[in-house]
Design a protein around this ligand. Structure first.
Ligand code: NAP
Length: 293
């Protein structure tokens, strides 16, 4: 029997509607108007697409978008100057600097200069440290979305064996921390892991975040297990190009109990989790309790 398909698009749409309602409530009850500054440096086509989607999503839920598109030749000092102005601007609740940045700019230094209370990407070392310490933090959006998807299948993740393939600061490591916070038993795998297929076959929850197209095969999956595919890989065959995940979907769907498709799984959740973080940041800055989403 084929796995249940976890419909990230529909789940994200429900959450977006809840964010819109909560944004309206905060506006009526407290005169709060959350604002997100999206900073793009250069003309990277993928980044331009992502930034466009984020700004549109912000406006759609009734938040205020502040778009800053800087030339590819922008210096690090100029970008840091903008970040300082956004940190000081009370209308800006959240700041997102689209990565990658051009080579003359040190991305770690830029991230480190964003006010941690406005760090809606959750990349600032202070938020990473708070997350690892089990303290309230703005957590990265993609891993947060992965947890929400897994919980549509397993309302409690407590005690489940979770394997995360990938240890990036953006996905793998924060995802492992969020899973620990949910009381899962977590293994982080990477390119030096020995016998990865055998490790994966133990997983009640398997998360693939490697950037390697269709690397995870059907016989790596525990029968009935849940598979969350973070990968976004463009592959070309026969003159046509398409997007695939890090999991071989056609094989995996025959073994797993539930699986996310690519596209339409984790991707839509990332943007809506950015909206949730912007709402949380706005509440935090206004001294209000966290939003009900
Ligand atoms: P990354 O920084 O390149 O990290 C990839 C990780 O995968 C590394 O830890 C690497 O191990 C591990 N890896 C690579 N090849 C492996 C192999 N053969 N066996 C085991 N582990 C292997 O990538 P990322 O930023 O985390 O992104 C991962 C994927 O998620 C990409 O496809 C990206 O496009 C996608 N993504 C999607 C979203 C979304 O919104 N859906 C958001 C972010 C990223 P080492 O550390 O040992 O090198």
């Amino acid at each position: 029997m084929n796995a249940k398909i976890i419909d990230g698009k529909a789940i994200a749409a429900d959450l977006r509607a809840a964010v819109k309602t909560e944004t309206h409530r905060l506006s009526v009850a407290h005169g709060l108007a959350p604002g997100l500054a999206v900073v793009l440096v250069g003309e990277n086509p993928a980044s331009m697409t992502y930034v466009g989607s984020k700004s549109r999503a912000v406006a759609e839920v009734g938040m205020r978008p502040f778009d800053h598109h800087l030339a590819a030749t922008t210096s690090e000092a100029e970008l840091l100057g903008l970040i300082q102005r956004l940190n000081a601007d009370p209308a800006v609740s959240g700041i997102l600097v689209q990565l990658p940045l051009p080579p003359q700019i040190d991305a770690a230094r830029v991230i480190g200069n964003v006010d941690p209370e406005k760090d809606v990407d959750g990349f600032h070392p202070l938020n990473a440290g708070r997350l690892a310490s089990g303290l309230p933090a703005l957590a990265p959006c993609t891993p947060t979305g992965c947890i929400k998807l897994a919980k549509t299948v397993h309302p409690s993740l407590a005690g489940l064996d979770a394997v995360v393939i990938g240890r990036s600061n953006i996905v793998g490591k924060p995802l492992a921390q969020l899973l620990l916070a949910e009381n899962a038993t977590v293994t982080i795998a990477h390119s030096r892991t020995r016998d990865l297929p055998a490790l994966c076959r133990r997983a009640d929850l398997l998360f693939a975040a490697t950037g390697r197209a269709e690397m995870v095969r059907g016989d790596w999956i525990k029968p009935g297990g849940t598979v969350i595919d973070v990968g976004i890989n463009r592959v070309s065959a026969g003159g046509r190009s398409r997007i695939v995940g890090d999991v071989n979907f056609a094989e995996a769907v025959k073994v797993a109990g539930a699986i996310t498709p690519v596209p339409g799984g984790v991707g839509p959740m990332t943007i809506v989790c950015l909206l949730v973080n912007t709402l949380r940041a706005a509440c935090m800055q206004a001294g209000l309790p966290p939003p009900a989403v």
